[in-house]
Design a protein around this ligand. Structure first.
Ligand SMILES: Cc1cc2nc3c(=O)[nH]c(=O)nc-3n(C[C@H](O)[C@H](O)[C@H](O)COP(=O)(O)O)c2cc1C
Length: 381
């Protein structure tokens, strides 16, 4: 019995040790992209395949910002803080005017702390791009390199790898600096097979270098809590929250007003051009109906907010303050209960960022006999 017990313990220990070793030997590579129309993403998928063709390697594709493209909806958004937890980073971007794209540039602007703390020094890195005609694509690839050199990363070039296998009967987006695609050259579907082959080869070679350099530079432990960035549109879908069409102003004012990074919005309980449950709370309508009117009003607020951030609710940094004005009798005291509906909705949609300061008050009347008006202030990017 004792022998069996010892054997079991030994097996368990061996299993745990091999698990820890497997985790330790896994080379983790981030493929970090911006993509509008999906060309860069298709190249990224091929790079990832090439990476994972090496044993004990893992490629994770993430975005620098959320995308409206359905193809990219399920991808996570990376934070600058998580970069030092990888063994290498491969960057992909569309070419914008012979340069990296504006969102990619904005992501780099958020890496100042990583730069000044030397967090990425010695880490291998590589770049790839999706161009239109290809105008200025080498300049663009080179400009990517500039930023990475400033970070002290080890730039892994492509050289002329796999070029002998290319179909040279049509233009191809190759470069010694990194793979690229000529997306608007539609003689064939883009990325072309040759462009995908170069991307695959780049991933394969990059992973070899990353494996070799693993452990030679300071890497942050993965246990560092990662900030989970949730896509607001995904949250809305998951929670079945449907935003209405933003109501139009009915006077000489705008649906929202922006001052600096603050957005100011005022809404009543308009639904499909009519007020939902109009009247005084406790007299004309029940508290339950007033809550539904409050929910509708807050949905209108968020719909207008979406206009203010050009359709990208991920740009909302914070719900700063909500003020609920309710159509009540002088002795009414349950304003907070009604307003909780709006507050809960803000937190349901924006999480921690949706928490806010709040005011509530009763009024003898509210415009268009709405049961509620909400005045909201948000901070946006
Ligand atoms: C603002 C802007 C500037 C662009 N500038 C260039 C350029 O200089 N050279 C080029 O070849 N393509 C240029 N393009 C085209 C994109 O690089 C091309 O459509 C790319 O494939 C988009 O990648 P995506 O499908 O991952 O979004 C530009 C596109 C935009 C929106």
């Amino acid at each position: 019995m004792k022998t069996l017990y010892t054997a079991l313990i030994t097996c368990a220990l061996l299993f745990t040790t091999s698990q820890i070793m497997a985790k330790d030997t896994l080379t983790k590579i981030l493929v970090l992209i911006h993509s509008d129309t999906g060309g860069t993403y298709k190249m990224a998928q091929e790079i990832a395949k090439g990476i994972e063709n090496n044993p004990h390697t893992e490629a994770t594709i993430k975005l620098v910002q959320s995308s409206k493209n359905a193809l990219l909806h399920d991808l996570q958004i990376a934070t600058p803080e998580e970069l030092p937890t990888y063994d290498g980073v491969v960057w992909g971007s569309p070419v914008y005017f012979g340069n990296i794209s504006t969102p990619m540039s904005a992501f780099f602007a958020k890496t100042v702390d990583l730069w000044t703390t030397h967090a990425l020094e010695g880490m291998p890195t590589a770049v790839f791009m999706s161009a239109g005609s290809g105008a200025g694509k080498e300049l663009a690839l080179q400009s990517f390199w500039n930023s990475l050199a400033v970070h002290g990363m080890i730039l892994v070039s492509n050289g002329i790898r796999a070029t002998e296998k290319l179909d040279n009967s049509i233009p191809q987006g190759t470069s010694v600096l990194g793979a690229s695609s000529l997306a608007s050259n539609k003689t064939v579907q883009r990325p072309s097979e040759s462009e995908l082959l170069i991307a695959y080869t780049q991933g394969q070679n990059f992973a070899k270098v990353a494996k070799a350099l693993k452990g030679t530079f300071q890497k942050k432990e993965e246990s560092t809590p990662k900030q989970v960035v949730t896509d607001v549109e995904t949250t809305l879908k998951q929670k079945n929250i449907i935003l209405p069409v933003a109501p139009n102003p009915v006077g000489n004012y705008t649906p929202y007003s922006r001052s600096g990074n603050l957005v100011f919005i005022n809404q009543v309980a308009l639904k499909d051009g009519k007020i939902l449950y109009p009247g005084k709370v406790g007299v004309d309508i029940t508290e339950e109906q007033a809550k539904q009117a409050t929910e509708q009003t807050m949905l209108n607020v968020i719909a207008v907010l979406k206009l203010a951030v050009d359709g990208d609710l991920n740009r909302v940094k914070k719900t700063v303050q909500l003020t609920g004005i309710f159509n009540t009798t002088p002795d009414y005291s349950q304003h907070a209960n009604l307003m909780n509906v709006a507050s809960d909705l803000s937190v349901a949609i924006f999480g921690e960022k949706g928490k806010h300061a709040r005011g509530t008050l009763g009024a003898t009347s509210v415009p268009v006999n709405s049961a509620v008006e909400i005045q909201a202030i948000f901070e946006i990017e």
